[in-house]
Design a protein around this ligand. Sequence first.
Ligand code: OOG
Ligand code: MG
Length: 262
Amino acid sequence: MKLNQQTIEQLAEHLENAELQAFEVVKITEAHPDMDWDDAYAIQAEILRRKLARGNRVVGLKAGLTSRGKMKQMGVDTPVFGWLVDYFSVPDGGEIKTSELIHPKVEPEIVFVTKRALKGPGCHIGAVLAATDFVMPGIEIIDSRYKDFKFDLKSVIADNCSSTRFVLGGQAAPVAGLDLRTLGVVLEKNGEPVAVGAGAAVLGHPAAAIAALANHLGARGEEIPAGTMILSGGVTEAVSVQAGDSVNLRIQSLGSVSTRFI
Ligand code: OOG
Ligand code: MG
């Protein structure tokens, strides 16, 4: 760690204020060029600590930057991990207020729900599939707090990986009998397909994103508990949205989920 506790707390407050009040900020690595990965995750954890102290609850976890499309779009090359809290959850077909957000984008995601705990190191897709209760479609809304949605990995990790809202829906399906690599994914905006892909875009197999999360947590002595909902990462590049847009995600064999921006 390169930052002291006081700086970590200040940066967490700064980034959380940007989230709660919907204003953009400059990348924190500009003022703190030698912060390291542990600092970045410590700031992310401090933002969560603030929310839990205010009564928010963790309702899921996420992996991000897990597909080539996303890595290329954001100019980075490693997956990142974050948490999801109660007020991020939007019901299927529900509305999202753009006034609460800065410059939102939507991503098509294959969502896992576990029935057994997963613990790294050494977690692999076999262990993930054995521990998966079901998969379902999910739209993630991301809203980097950084100016022009431009960042480096440490800045984005500290900002809880741009997390802001998510919508779950469609059909919950057990993984036995599904080939998650070849599942077709179609993201539509205002009735037009705007991004298409298949599950294999996520690290070759979406379960690999869950294994990577288990291994990341394992290195910190933590695990993915049974019954955890996890977004495995945008299958395609993210698509910008504005008030008035409606978004629908269809995933082969898993049905569809939608939301509207007001
Ligand atoms: C970082 C969050 C990425 C995903 O699914 O790749 C993410 C970002 O692109 O702002 O959630
Ligand atoms: Mg995502």
